[in-house]
Write a protein that binds this ligand. Structure first.
Ligand code: MRU
Length: 351
């Protein structure tokens, strides 16, 4: 089945993306013509989810270069470096953002001898390639991961690691989707995922569009539902995985992992290799985004806490590798000891 939406695409001279801040009330695409606007879109989560952020970063760089004027030719390298810094400062945790910038830098350096128009074209092509590859990688993750799910399984997920968090198909939801498409009867419990409700607004929306049975719960209900024996597996996405398998994902993932280990429920992570940061040996070195507290004190612009209360909005947490049963990647399923299995994937070579 085709995705019923397109997360992000390159349209000749601009970027078009589905504004995820408006879901599920409005399905509205926005057209972006400059780097400042793509940076703002990433920061306010109009485009979100680690792989989708990577695609947005690559397209943002292509856009910034496309807008570079002829007279700045001799400064083109410093213009490009400035764009990398600007886009690289939007969100700190999802490593796909930096992975995509590095990939675009490599293309820039390898093609620096071309004239400006040719160089621009080459960067646009690379950004489009990153987008199309990401969807294929997600399908491979789905295909490989679906063997972890059995007919009749009830699966809990946290946040949104679906088609909208990627260029299409999704990682954690891609695994669920591949199992469903292969004829397995699977059902999903979706945590609402406060404060920005990616679970209720986006995961539930995507699964309903795909016809996969989904039940929405508050984040606080996950423990009780596990205790009642209603969950067979947990699967989530990732924003950055350290070399030892420690995994940063949306705040609350760690609590879900502790709960699922307590209840002896397998806890799986699904992510492309571009989400694995082999430069970090453990998760305590992953930079964790802290967002504006108003996202905690307000919902949809309405105050839900006493005016002036102190609040913190920690956007991600790190699940230690020992709580993770396996990590599904496009190259296969990394099992314990995760450090060794992940290393083996990288020694096979990546793009
Ligand atoms: O703040 P967000 O919405 O960008 O956070 C998204 C998540 O935490 C996802 O689970 C993660 O990026 C994996 S997306 C395939």
């Amino acid at each position: 089945m085709q995705d019923p939406y397109r997360t992000i695409q390159w349209c000749n001279d601009h970027i078009r993306l589905l504004d995820q801040t408006l879901l599920p009330v409005l399905e509205k695409y926005i057209d972006i013509y400059d780097v400042k606007s793509i940076c703002e879109a990433i920061k306010r989560l109009s485009v979100r989810g680690a792989p989708a952020i990577g695609v947005a970063a690559a397209m943002g760089l292509a856009l910034g270069m496309l807008n570079a004027r002829k007279e700045s030719d001799q400064n083109i390298k410093s213009h490009f470096d400035k764009l990398c810094l600007e886009i690289g400062s939007t969100r700190p945790t999802a490593v796909n953002l930096f992975w995509a910038i590095d990939r675009m830098k490599k293309v820039f350096n390898e093609n620096a001898y071309l004239n400006l128009d040719e160089l621009k074209q080459r960067l646009i092509e690379e950004a489009i390639l990153i987008e199309s590859e990401d969807r294929l990688l997600c399908e491979q993750i789905g295909m490989r991961g679906q063997e972890l799910l059995e007919d009749g399984d009830v699966v809990l997920t946290h946040c949104n690691a679906g088609g909208l968090a990627t260029a299409g198909y999704g990682t954690a939801l891609g695994v669920i989707r591949a199992a469903f498409e292969s004829g397995k009867n699977v059902r999903v419990y979706a945590d609402e995922t406060r404060p920005l409700n990616q679970g209720s607004r986006i995961t539930a929306w995507e699964l309903m569009k795909l016809g996969i049975p989904v039940t929405l719960i508050t984040d606080n209900a996950a423990g009780a539902i596990m205790q009642a024996g209603e969950i067979d597996k947990v699967i989530v996405g990732a924003d950055r995985i350290a070399a030892n398998g420690d995994t940063a994902n949306k705040i609350g993932t760690y609590s879900v992992a502790v709960l699922s280990n307590h209840h002896r429920i397998p806890f799986y992570v699904a992510a492309p290799l571009s989400t694995i940061d082999m430069k970090l040996d453990s998760g305590d070195r992953i930079p964790i985004e802290e967002r504006d507290p108003s996202e905690v004190t307000h919902i949809g612009g309405s105050l839900i806490a006493p005016e002036g209360v102190s609040a913190r909005n920690i956007a991600f947490d790190v699940t230690p590798n020992e709580l993770i049963s396996a990590i599904v990647t496009e190259k296969g399923i990394a099992r314990q000891v995760l450090k060794d299995s992940l290393k083996a994937f990288f020694s096979q070579g990546t793009h």
